[in-house]
Ligand binder design. Structure first.
Ligand SMILES: CC(=O)SCCNC(=O)CCNC(=O)[C@H](O)C(C)(C)COP(=O)(O)OP(=O)(O)OC[C@H]1O[C@@H](n2cnc3c(N)ncnc32)[C@H](O)[C@@H]1OP(=O)(O)O
Length: 407
């Protein structure tokens, strides 16, 4: 029997939780950060582990929908996970995660998603790496955008807090179409724009640039600038925080702006999309300083509901033999029939086309990678010849998933 209890948080647990989380993340308690993060705190979805009354662990959820190929799905956005240093490796996280996953399923959310501080933490709970992160460190003087600018699109600077409603309107129209982006509530925007000084790392406050066409704002970017000089002159930097530009005209105009600041030499973006169109529209892609990392990890907690909720780029009719160490309800054979207009997923006793663990399904769920690379990794087993190729055409998507924000 564990010697700790798990219970649901109350609103006034926030300051104790902040102290415990700050310590477990090796950070100082910062009132501005605590106030910013407090906007999104959902006490009734936050689990706390206590031993003898002392808070020793936590695991929270944000209630937001997640964009998946062709649809959006209710998704437990897992956050605020930490265990006090003196209570580590005693099974506290394991107990919290098992309770949390069951709660997410009971809440009717077929999917859970998170950003991991370390990838090794969550795979044992059935999470698969579902979106890759492109990091860009662009040598801005060496890169020329070769696609023409749309003369009808103009850009103007703005203070983010003053254009919050405009940003929200552009984002609301865009997020459902990009797998990996998540619905934002008023509270999400309050957190996103709060801009605590301890999170600026010596750079400017958050700034906005808006792309407009005929009086409408059609895209925006949030960014910071940093002034720097050496004996040869200026070497300032632009750091992009997010860029939302659904049309090519807005996308090109915003990138031209962000690469063209006087007194800067580099433009960076820590979490661009792995299929960022910029890779194809410059004269010297090598100078983009691109690297690949991980962003979103996805766990299907209710396999048939999750698989039926997304669309498939090509028709699929497949029997999937799924293993799942945590949810026996998921562990069986499922017939998935779907295509661009919808899907069904029902139990079956027919022979399997593919065998795979729920972790591999989580990896493939947002469309990249499709099943081919997972089969090559040995994570998907082809039980019927040709099934991987057929399934891959359906599971892939025309836009790669993108984790646009750490939550
Ligand atoms: C979504 C988010 O919020 S991501 C943020 C996660 N939080 C952090 O990184 C803060 C700092 N780290 C911590 O607070 C803790 O180390 C946690 C939460 C990662 C792990 O908590 P613990 O209570 O120690 O985990 P628990 O004891 O249940 O470990 C379960 C297993 O995972 C392994 N494990 C857990 N965390 C790690 C890690 N960071 N590195 C390597 N192995 C780990 C343990 O070794 C154990 O394996 P075993 O059963 O084979 O021995």
């Amino acid at each position: 029997m564990p010697d700790f209890d798990i219970s649901t948080a109350k609103p006034d647990d926030w300051s104790t939780l902040v102290r415990m989380l700050s310590l477990s993340f090796l950070e100082e308690v910062d009132d501005e950060i605590a106030a910013a993060e407090g906007h999104t705190f959902e006490p009734d979805r936050t689990l706390l582990a206590r031993r003898g009354g002392e808070l020793i662990g936590s695991a929270g959820v944000f209630t937001r929908r997640l964009a998946v190929p062709g649809a959006t799905v209710a998704c437990g956005h897992v956050t605020q996970v930490g265990v006090a240093a003196h209570a580590r490796r005693q099974g506290v996280l394991t107990a919290l995660k098992r309770t949390q996953l069951a709660d997410i399923r009971a809440a009717g959310e077929p999917v859970a998603a998170l950003w991991a501080s370390e990838g090794r933490i969550y795979q044992r709970f059935g999470y698969g790496l579902a979106a890759r992160r492109l990091s860009l460190e662009i040598d801005a003087r060496e890169v020329v955008i070769t696609v023409p600018a749309d003369p009808a699109v103009t850009v103007r600077g703005a203070v983010p807090a003053e254009v919050r409603d405009t940003l929200a309107r552009v984002f609301d129209a865009a997020w459902p179409d990009r797998p990996g982006w998540s619905q934002r509530h008023e509270t999400t925007w309050s957190y996103r724009l709060a801009d605590p000084s301890a999170r600026r790392d010596g750079a400017s406050p958050l700034r906005a640039v808006l792309a407009g066409r005929g009086g409408d704002v059609v895209g925006y970017a949030l960014y910071r600038t940093r002034s720097d000089w050496d004996s040869a002159g200026p070497r300032g930097a632009v750091s992009i925080v997010e860029l939302v530009a659904p049309t090519p005209g807005a996308y090109v105009a915003l990138w031209r702006h962000l690469l063209g600041f006087d007194l800067t030499r580099t433009t960076g973006w820590w979490c661009a999309a792995s299929d960022e169109p910029l890779l194809r529209m410059v004269n010297e892609p090598r100078r983009l300083g691109a690297g690949i990392g991980d962003s979103l990890w996805v766990r299907l907690v209710d396999v048939p509901t999750a698989l039926a909720a997304r669309r498939y780029a090509a028709p699929v009719d497949l029997v999937l033999d799924v293993t799942d160490e945590i949810f026996p309800e998921n562990a069986r054979r499922w017939r998935l029939v779907g295509g661009p207009d919808g899907a069904t997923c029902e139990p079956t006793t027919d022979a399997a086309d593919l065998s795979l663990d729920v972790k591999a399904l989580g990896s493939a769920y947002l469309g990249d990678p499709s099943l081919g690379p997972l089969a090559q990794a040995g994570l998907v087993v082809e039980e019927r010849a040709g099934a991987v190729a057929r399934a891959s055409a359906g599971f892939g998507w025309h836009r790669a998933p993108h984790g646009i924000e750490v939550f």
